[in-house]
Ligand binder design. Structure first.
Ligand code: SAM
Length: 252
């Protein structure tokens, strides 16, 4: 979050890197369900070269390699060396330390680009997406997976409000893709989350979302107290809504 301040984002992910996979992969169904949706919209083929921009620890690059049997290693691009250091070494992945803009400056051509839950960190999404669009081969696809501005997470109220203010509107991101001369398809999907309440509270205390790094220790403690008062059951269940924006480059 806080896309204007990249050092803030870098610090957040340096801190989070070691526990990132445990936070997100709390159920294999979660990764599997998301990978199904990514494949449905990205339509990768075994011969394709795929770049995962803001790919972090490579959870989804690995899942894609396994699901599609890609012949070329996925290029996982991320400015956080600590996130990349957590990549599963047994998987054939090319890691590139850098942000979205430094990747497009390399002038490489790729068939598919995935940007999952990273576009909100781009300081100038419009410029970065236009440059990335130029890296696509004819008929190539760029898939952005992002949260909507209103999420239905069982977070404390101040966090939900701050998220709504900071998260880019997906319609503006869709316009940015159109400005990059891509045809755009918009889809909405929901994955249902269920996890032990105490586990979820620990994730919040561990600032599992970059949003939570916006709050001081005192504010976070107050927020966690509020959550403990409202989340009385042993399990939290909530809908995790995602927007899938597919940009398609014309031509064969
Ligand atoms: C929420 S994580 C998502 C990681 C991965 N895509 C996933 O879904 O598991 C966001 C990632 O975006 C990266 N990031 C931050 N600013 C970026 C930028 N300007 N260009 C590319 N990636 C960036 C962060 O380092 C972090 O690894």
């Amino acid at each position: 979050m806080n896309s204007a301040d990249s050092s803030f984002t870098d610090r957040h992910y340096e801190h989070l890197a070691a526990t990132y996979d445990a936070h997100w992969a709390h159920s294999q169904a979660n990764v599997g369900g998301m990978t199904d949706l990514i494949v449905q919209h990205l339509r990768p083929e075994p011969s394709h070269t795929v770049a995962d921009i803001g790919g972090g620890t490579g959870i989804f690059a690995k899942a894609l390699m396994e699901r599609v049997d890609l012949r070329n290693p996925v290029k996982v691009v991320d400015p956080s060396p600590s996130m990349l250091a957590n990549l599963d070494a047994s998987v054939q992945i090319e890691t590139i330390v850098g942000d979205a803009d430094s990747f497009s400056e390399r002038g490489e051509r790729v068939d598919r680009i995935l940007i999952k839950e990273a576009v909100h960190h781009f300081p100038d999404p419009s410029m970065s997406l236009s440059n990335l669009a130029r890296c696509l081969t004819g008929g190539g696809r760029l898939l952005i997976v992002m949260l909507p501005q209103r999420i239905r997470y069982p977070l404390f109220q101040a966090a939900l409000k701050r998220f709504e203010r900071l998260q880019p509107n997906h319609l503006d991101i869709a316009d940015a893709l159109r400005d990059g001369q891509l045809d755009v398809e918009i889809a909405h999907h929901t994955l249902n989350q269920a996890l032990p309440t105490e586990r979820y509270i620990q994730m919040v205390e561990g600032r599992y979302m970059s949003l939570l790094s916006e709050f001081s220790d005192e504010e976070l403690s107050a927020g966690v107290e509020e959550m403990r008062r409202t989340l009385t059951g042993d399990t939290v269940t909530f809908p995790d809504d995602f927007v899938f924006l597919t940009g398609i480059r014309r031509g064969a």
